[in-house]
Design a protein around this ligand. Structure first.
Ligand SMILES: [Zn+2]
Ligand SMILES: [Zn+2]
Length: 206
């Protein structure tokens, strides 16, 4: 395992700055890896045997990506946004999995470790480097089943939405009374389609 200092430097470069969330995320990832028996996640030995679920889309998420080497595009990192400062780590070879959750009390404990520092964020950042794993985190032994359509490798399926025609991979489609739909068509998406006279004209004239 690389040293904490090395991980912090790499993570700050990846994220664009050092910050308390970054430090906490680095500590969280290191603690998670240790508990599932992976010492060097970037090595040939472990690179393809690690899956991480990050439960927040803030600074710590970048730190977890930096330390673990897991990436959304490699399908080894999933963002399951619960708004919780937590992440699940799965060793695919042994099946060992742990969920690491940041303790709320860690924020207050930071006073004890860096009392001389006035700025709250600076104080937290420094304290998070030296506090113990157990002061910072709660560890839950969990079991994580990864569906085949979520694993790295070729897509397991590809179908067409019968409403909009978009191709949908990896069983993300919704089947409703015998009709296959993409999620935006079936459930609504993050976007709202804006009425476009041009598109409408094409459709009616075609
Ligand atoms: Zn940050
Ligand atoms: Zn659709």
């Amino acid at each position: 395992m690389k040293t904490l200092k090395e991980h912090l430097a790499e993570s700050a470069a990846f994220h664009g700055e050092g910050c308390p969330g970054q430090t906490l995320g680095v500590r969280l990832a290191r603690a998670g890896l240790k508990r599932i028996g992976i010492d060097d996640p970037l090595s040939d030995r472990w690179r393809k045997q690690l899956m991480v679920y990050v439960e927040i889309d803030r600074c710590a998420a970048d730190a977890v990506m930096s330390v673990t080497g897991c990436r959304v595009g490699k399908r080894t990192l999933k963002i399951v946004d619960h708004g919780i400062m937590a992440a699940g780590f799965l060793n695919l070879e042994t099946g060992k999995a742990v969920r690491v959750v940041a303790r709320e009390q860690a924020r207050e404990l930071a006073f004890k470790y860096a009392p001389g520092i006035q700025d709250k964020y600076e104080r937290q950042q420094q304290a998070y480097e030296v506090m113990t794993d157990d002061e910072l985190f709660e560890f839950e032994d969990v079991s994580i089943e990864v569906p085949r359509q979520d694993m790295p490798g070729s897509p397991v399926s590809r179908v067409e939405c019968s409403n909009c025609g978009n191709a949908v991979q990896d069983r993300r489609e919704v089947r409703r009374s015998g009709v296959t739909l993409c999620k935006p068509c079936a459930e609504g998406g993050y976007f709202t389609r804006i009425y476009s006279p041009d598109v409408e004209a094409e459709v009616t004239s075609g």
